[in-house]
Design a protein around this ligand. Structure first.
Ligand code: AMP
Ligand code: MG
Length: 269
């Protein structure tokens, strides 16, 4: 699956209305075939992650962003199903604490970036500081406006120091969000996920889309590309992200470390 079609070319001005959240262009089959395909990909990812860990050279950062219900948690559960938890960490970014707010907005982010041999998934990220913060005017325009440059510089630093960065925008339609929020409301086991605050954010849908368009247009780079992932179909969303991660890991040309010399003569008694 050549998911490169979903990568945002640096410098391109993104208009989200031109991207269909419900398409499944790269996959001929339907939901059942898609779910089966994911299982095979899980095994490949498991092997690649083990190699990354064994080689202990590369670092991978995966950023997940999207509106409420877009499936950030679902991606973590399904795409990484079966992968050894020892080599994968998840960092979630919520409303900043007073201590975090007393610092610059990247202060809380940097300690969670991956070390050698690690994959780290950001469930929300430093991008909230030009998304929710911009939409709600939590800082002045002058302040958020300069953050795009900070962010690309920060990601360049991480990339220069050996981090492979992949960023996914989970693109859902407003109608699909309505159905998913309704499902949360109607299903007792899902009600804990429902917050009336989500409805307030939903009212600001158009403002969020504009803020996302700015992010996608201004911060997709060769060293830290954004992918716009059609996400109305959960299984297709998972397939696209899984392929993007696997392609990227395969491109690293990793190898298991050299074994100690003379192992063939070792006798264990
Ligand atoms: P959830 O992902 O549902 O657990 O919600 C986390 C909430 O934290 C979301 O409403 C985010 O918009 C909010 N959040 C995350 N980072 C920031 C930030 N830097 N400033 C303000 N709110 C944030
Ligand atoms: Mg939420």
């Amino acid at each position: 699956m050549d998911v490169d079609r979903y990568r945002v070319r640096p410098g391109v001005s993104v208009n989200l209305a031109e991207f269909d959240p419900n398409e499944k262009t790269l996959f001929d089959g339907g939901k059942d075939e898609g779910k089966t395909a994911i299982k095979t990909l899980n095994l490949r990812l498991e092997a690649l992650q083990e190699l990354l860990y064994a080689e202990n050279r590369h670092k991978m950062l995966i950023v997940l962003q999207g509106m409420d219900t877009s499936g950030k948690d679902g991606v973590i559960r399904h795409v990484f199903d079966g992968v050894n938890p020892q080599g994968v960490k998840v960092a979630g970014f919520k409303v900043p604490t007073p201590l975090e707010l007393a610092h610059d907005y990247l202060w809380r982010v940097h300690p969670h970036t991956p070390g050698r041999g690690e994959i780290v998934i950001f469930n929300r990220s430093h991008y909230e500081d030009v998304l929710v913060v911009r939409v709600h005017g939590l800082v002045s325009k002058e302040v958020w406006e300069r953050r795009y440059d900070h962010i690309t510089a920060f990601e360049k630093l991480l990339a220069d120091e050996g981090t492979t960065i992949l960023k996914f925008f989970l693109h859902i339609s407003k109608e699909e969000q309505k159905q998913r929020l309704q499902a949360r409301l109607d299903t007792p086991d899902k009600q804990w996920k429902f917050s009336t605050g989500d409805l307030a954010e939903r009212k600001l849908w158009d403002d969020y889309m504009a803020a996302y368009e700015a992010v996608l247009s201004r911060t997709s780079t060769d060293y830290a590309p954004w992918y716009i992932v059609p996400s109305d179909r959960k299984w297709y969303r998972n397939l696209v992200i899984s392929h993007a991660i696997i392609n990227s890991l395969e491109g690293l040309q990793m190898r298991y470390p050299e074994a100690e010399a003379g192992l063939e003569t070792v006798v264990i008694d």
